[in-house]
Design a binder for this molecule. Structure first.
Ligand SMILES: [Zn+2]
Length: 252
């Protein structure tokens, strides 16, 4: 069984920067001068890239409007400087971080940590699928079965079954029932941090309901839905919505 994240693959933007190669002797004084002349870098981009006998220090973007002034202060000639492309956005996962590190060292995005599935959760998801407690249905409308894991112990609660779904009435959508029932028994934010397993990808309304419920992570066992809020539209990763979470597809 395979469990893979449903990722947005954004077009990565890079920006060209000058860097100066300096000797290790007196390096800290020079680094202070450089950061004094141009302070701003991206929070995830490290200013210094160490080499065996030297340090490479980012100076400023090649396209910076006031670059002449910065280089003048530092007594640098742009012809002598080297250039490197640094990522404008922080790396989203391990693979990207490794790729970015080939250009310049970067700190990881915080959400990267959440990409690793908790081992216990993984076992519980696999177990429920292997025993066919959750199995995919033929629906392209919405998830006909929704399961929420108890936050402690091995328990779970099932909403809906393979045959009881009617898509005409939204309140009979199993995800809606799951969110409403869970919110009645828990205070504050509904499904905060909980794990939900779906027999198929949900419709857009249910997909949004899970965003608002502050669910922790979602596993989709079956096929993409017609609305495809997660697999196609990645609403779980939208910066505009105030809650983001991981979605995985479970394939046999
Ligand atoms: Zn639905």
């Amino acid at each position: 069984m395979q469990i893979v994240p449903v990722h947005k693959v954004p077009e990565k933007k890079y920006e060209e920067w000058y860097y100066e190669r300096i000797g290790k002797n007196g390096a800290s004084k020079r680094i202070r001068e450089i950061t004094g002349a141009f302070q701003r870098t991206y929070a995830h981009v490290k200013r210094v890239k160490p080499e065996e006998e030297a340090l490479n220090v980012l100076v400023c973007p090649v396209g910076l409007r006031e670059k002449r002034r910065v280089l003048e202060i530092l007594n640098l000639d742009e012809k002598q400087l080297q250039k490197v492309e640094v990522p404008v956005e922080p790396p989203e996962n391990a693979e990207e971080m490794e790729k970015d590190a080939n250009y310049w060292p970067c700190a990881s995005h915080q959400s990267y940590k959440h990409e690793e599935i908790d081992e216990e959760i993984r076992k519980r998801v696999e177990n429920l699928c292997e025993k066919s407690v959750v199995k995919q249905s033929g629906s392209r409308q919405c998830s006909e079965m929704s399961v929420i894991l108890e936050s402690a112990g091995g328990g779970y609660v099932i909403f809906g079954s393979q045959n009881e779904q009617t898509n005409e009435n939204l309140f009979e959508h199993t995800v809606i029932s799951l969110v409403e029932t869970t919110s009645q028994v828990s205070k504050g934010y509904l499904c905060t941090g909980r794990t939900v397993i779906l027999s198929n990808e949900p419709c857009l309304t249910c997909g949004m309901a899970l965003v608002h419920s502050r669910v922790g992570e979602v596993f989709i066992v079956g096929e993409p839905s017609e609305d495809s809020p997660y697999i196609q539209h990645h609403i779980h990763g939208l910066k505009e919505l105030n809650h983001r979470f991981r979605v995985y597809r479970v394939t046999p």
